[in-house]
Design a protein around this ligand. Structure first.
Ligand code: GAL
Length: 679
């Protein structure tokens, strides 16, 4: 890592695909010129370059890459060098069809597209090992090499015979005996108990989808198998270049901007040196406000930062629009600087783009890029990229600094998968990730830093832990929460918590005893609502809407803070608090709108003294985040709205971009961002 840590600059640049332009020397020369002009300094090379590197089996061409690496180095740029496994050349699929994926319906896929190789295929692993080793041997000592970019956006699954075999071995290792597996999967249900390991096959629309324990294990296996493939990819690279950090680009789930669902990133994060992710929000869409979208971006940034408790990288973003949203709107003037600074404010040490230059052909020819088909620098998009680059130069001292938080929101992939699978309750309104983001929203609105961590994280540093909808929770996690509260922590939980264990088997004999102790309540039933159904609760003499979910609780030692007002459970407690050990545990029994969360968390924030210490009077659309360099904060003040805003802060500051002094009243134009330090 030393090499990377010594790099003083925040990384600005992105995916550079010169292999698409090898027959256009004037374009390649122009690239170097424009790179200088754009204040970029880092490029990811070779992500999809396998057919340029090895056009036929065993025939390798590195000269073009040598030249690009040298050229970039000469002008002071760094390289994030990719292994090319994200897309393979046609000769390989033709000669070794086993490298192609088999889908859940057991159809062998054809050659084409990308991100579609089998993670188990011995041949694919062999071919990947060969090319990766050659790259590490050839470029390991290259002065431009900053980091390894392993493959691209790992995801998806394969159901071929190799994968089935690996799945069965994984299960054997996990369960030891078929009896244990049948117990965990509730085998006798619909006569689904197995008498031989060889009878087990992955979930499929043509076969098994109803065994929830199996679905969950399949998802876990897919994560483990992907990581296994990743570890295979990096084994020689680690040996040959132990000092060069390794990353692979994580994702969010498409336009919803919820955490990526296909892989458990908590597990994966442990295997990368630096976590990076690709972020493509649909700015200016017609279904949500700019600040609604910005807070979702903040949530994922906070989750991915917290997974490794260190700064992360934005590996891909676009300076204008993408090509895969239904409408690919370009960013309005100013939004590129604003959205880039948002990531840095949340802990990113980069702003990298897909891609440097727009392709001339194929499906991504209209995807936003730094250099457009016009090949010029005097257009708006290029100039805004330049502006971001020079802003990043001015604030580069924040690189490597972290941001701490006293509030944690718990997020868990196993839980998300199990809840998604659960049949019953209300199918369309489960919205686990979105619910976490709705709770997060209060803290974002009030500029209170948050870490988004998993139930396994060390919770002792937090003053408040919010754990919405932990439907799947292990006994170990329950104990963990109990220890946290007993030691003086403050915990908030909600409806749909503590229902199944790690095998998706329902806890018997009522709500788990330990949860009853922590919260001082029992859960008797969970009611679900049609969209037109509403109830109300009264909290602090104000009435709030109840929707979607309502747990009916029986109070033990807990004190009621609010009661349901209608239906057969009118008068029963809806919100409770329980003193437990040295701490307090709150339970929100129904789902509410944001106005209740606002009132509820406001009380907790003042009770536990969690407000932002810089902001005196904030605004929900103005987000203030900070990064802390040894006790010296840099504040990012960001207006995610289309109107002028004013906020009040406690200190006078200096604007790091303009060096102008800023008073205690800060005025922001639409989409404006200020980066400030106390004088
Ligand atoms: C990413 C991918 C890039 C590019 C980009 C377009 O998912 O890694 O290669 O396709 O999307 O938005």
């Amino acid at each position: 890592m030393t090499n990377y840590l010594k790099e003083p600059r925040l990384l600005h640049g992105g995916d550079y695909n010169p292999d698409q332009w090898l027959d256009y020397p004037d374009i390649l020369a122009k690239d170097l010129e424009l790179m200088k002009e754009s204040h970029t300094n880092t490029f990811s090379l070779g992500i999809f370059a396998w057919s340029a590197l090895e056009p036929t089996e065993g025939e390798f061409h590195f000269e073009w890459l040598d030249k690009i690496m040298d050229d970039l180095h000469q002008q002071g740029c760094r390289v994030i060098l990719a292994t090319p496994s994200g897309a393979r050349p046609a000769w390989m699929s033709q000669k070794y069809p086993e490298v192609l994926r088999t889908n859940a319906a057991r159809q062998k896929m054809l050659h084409g597209g990308r991100h579609n190789h089998c993670f188990s295929s011995p041949i694919y692993r062999e071919k990947v090992a060969i090319i990766n080793k050659k790259l590490a041997e050839r470029y390991g000592e290259h002065p431009a090499l900053l980091m390894w970019h392993i493959s691209n956006e790992y995801g998806g699954d394969c159901h071929c015979e190799y994968c089935q075999e690996n799945f069965r071995s994984w299960l054997q290792k996990k369960y030891g005996s078929l009896k244990a597996l049948n117990d965990a999967w509730w085998g006798p249900f619909w006569s689904h108990a197995f008498s031989e390991w060889s009878q087990i096959a992955s979930p499929s629309p043509l076969g098994e989808t109803a065994v929830h324990g199996m679905n969950l294990d399949w998802r876990r296996f897919v994560t483990d198998q992907t990581i296994d493939f990743f570890e295979h990819e990096i084994s020689d690279i680690r040996k040959l270049t132990p000092d060069i950090p390794i990353t692979t680009n994580f994702m969010a789930d498409t336009m919803d901007l919820i955490p990526f669902q296909a892989l458990d990133y908590e597990k994966f994060a442990k295997h990368v040196d630096i976590l990076s992710w690709d972020c493509y929000p649909a700015w200016h869409n017609d279904w949500e406000l700019t600040d609604d979208l910005a807070s979702k971006v903040g949530f994922i940034d906070d989750l991915y930062r917290s997974l490794k408790q260190q700064p992360f990288l934005i590996m891909e973003s676009t300076p204008s629009g993408v090509n895969w949203h239904p409408v690919n709107k370009t960013k309005r003037p100013g939004v590129h600087l604003l959205s880039s600074m948002q990531h840095i404010a949340h802990g990113s040490d980069s702003n990298l783009y897909f891609q440097w230059r727009k392709s001339r052909g194929s499906s991504e020819k209209f995807h936003g890029a730094v250099v457009d088909h016009d090949n010029r620098s005097d257009n708006r998009v290029f100039q805004e990229v330049r502006e971001v680059g020079s802003a990043m130069e001015k604030i580069q001292a924040v690189k490597g600094s972290y941001k701490d938080a006293k509030v944690a929101i718990l997020y868990d992939w196993d839980n998300s998968w199990a809840l998604d699978d659960a049949q019953g309750f209300a199918q369309r309104t489960k919205r686990y990730s979105q619910t976490c983001q709705e709770h997060y929203r209060y803290f974002w609105n009030h500029d209170i830093p948050v870490e988004v961590v998993t139930p396994n994280a060390n919770l002792s540093k937090y003053d408040l832990v919010v754990a919405p909808m932990l439907y799947l929770i292990t006994e170990k996690s329950i104990q963990h929460l109990s220890d946290y509260v007993q030691a003086g922590g403050h915990l908030v939980s909600t409806y749909m918590t503590g229902i199944v264990n790690e095998n998706d088997l329902v806890y018997l004999n009522g709500w788990p005893d330990k949860l009853q102790e922590i919260f001082g309540i029992e859960i008797e039933e969970t009611d679900t609502y049609y969209p037109s159904d509403k109830n109300t609760l009264v909290f602090d003499n104000r009435s709030f809407t109840v929707k979607d979910y309502a747990s009916l609780i029986k109070r033990g030692n807990a004190r009621a803070l609010a009661y349901y007002q209608e239906d057969f459970y009118a008068g029963r407690a809806a919100i409770t608090v329980n003193h437990y050990g040295k701490g307090e545990a709150y339970f929100i029994a129904p789902r509410t709108d944001a106005d209740f969360l606002e009132a509820f968390y406001q009380e907790l924030v003042s009770k536990y003294d969690l407000s932002n210490s810089f902001v005196l009077v904030g605004d929900p659309s103005v987000s203030v985040q900070s990064r802390d360099r040894n006790g010296r904060p840099t504040f990012f003040v960001m207006n995610f709205s289309e109107t002028t805003k004013t906020i009040q802060v406690r200190n006078e500051t200096v604007d790091l971009l303009t060096e102008k002094p800023i008073g205690k009243e800060i005025h922001l134009s639409p989409y404006e961002v200020l980066i400030l330090e106390v004088k």
